[in-house]
Design a protein around this ligand. Structure first.
Ligand code: ATR
Length: 266
């Protein structure tokens, strides 16, 4: 019988998770089915019904990652550290365990790109959920410096305190603190794209946007026109977080490289 998995989010219709997991299942010849649910009521009701009906695991996307952690009976150290879960797994004893594969998905994608974080100066733009998901993973790689800039400075300060980086002001990022790697974790490009001074990128080797497709283009175009050679969107991170979820559930890590080109918007 097919093992059942699903993603829960709101909105969920644009999620690429069903496609990715179906692709991985075919590739690894695992008998799974994967659905997408937008809860009519609470996250907990939706997740309870899924697991009560025999579901084996869930991916969780916005805005339910904190609810998912609260729902679980236990959680991995990283999920607890970032206070959010993007994976739930029903264990052999029936209990539900929470994981977060966003940070490790990001690191795996950097590996794919041949980029390392250790001893690098890194600037993280944004301090919301997406930034939080990667900030701890970045700091574990022992960068020379992790600076965090956010429109609302208090959120940058809070994240910097939690993950060991330092919060900086807009004046510092423009003038005194060129970074070798700049990661855009703001959701601004979905609404009003932000413009940065070209000087921001003057020592930058890699510009990485955690979003993908058109949402990433504004930031990446700015970086490219300021001379950054490697400008990359988050489709690799998306594929990796899914592959790592699949590995947690099914015990086999699918091959990610072939999936990434398929994630561009159609
Ligand atoms: P997500 O989970 O996608 O990160 P979020 O938690 O709402 O969503 O965070 C959105 C991030 O984008 C925040 O860092 C936010 O800055 P604030 O903390 O100041 O709100 C940032 N952001 C969104 N729109 C922005 C804009 N127009 N200008 C600057 N930053 C913006």
């Amino acid at each position: 019988m097919n093992r059942r998995y699903a993603v829960i989010g709101n909105p969920v219709q644009h999620s690429r998770s069903p496609w990715l997991h179906t692709y991985f299942a075919r590739q690894t010849q695992r008998p799974i089915v994967y659905a997408a649910y937008q809860p009519a009521g609470s996250f907990a009701d939706c997740a309870s019904a899924f697991f009560a009906g025999g579901g084996c695991g869930l991916n969780i996307t916005l805005p339910y990652k904190t609810d998912a952690l609260a729902f679980a009976d236990s959680a991995s150290a990283y999920a607890r550290q970032v206070a959010a879960a993007n994976v739930l797994k029903r264990q052999a004893d029936g209990s539900i365990r929470a994981y977060n594969t966003d940070g490790s998905g990001f690191l795996r994608d950097l590996q794919r790109l041949g980029a390392t974080l250790s001893d690098k100066t890194i600037l993280l733009l944004g301090a919301g959920g997406a930034a939080q998901a990667v900030a701890h993973a970045i700091n574990r790689q022992q960068p020379a410096r992790l600076s965090i800039y956010n429109r609302t400075p208090e959120r940058a300060q809070q994240l910097a305190q939690q993950c060991g980086g330092s919060a900086i002001a807009i004046a510092d990022i423009a003038d005194e603190r060129p970074a070798e790697i700049i990661i855009n974790a703001t959701s601004a490009s979905h609404k009003q794209p932000l413009s940065y001074a070209p000087a921001l990128f003057r020592q930058t080797q890699l510009a990485y946007d955690l979003s993908y497709g058109t949402a990433a283009q504004h930031f990446l175009r700015q970086a490219a026109s300021a001379g950054v050679v490697q400008c990359v969107d988050g489709s690799g991170m998306l594929a990796w977080q899914a592959a790592l979820s699949f590995a947690l559930w099914e015990g086999v890590l699918p091959s990610v490289a072939e999936a990434i080109p398929h994630l561009q918007p159609h």
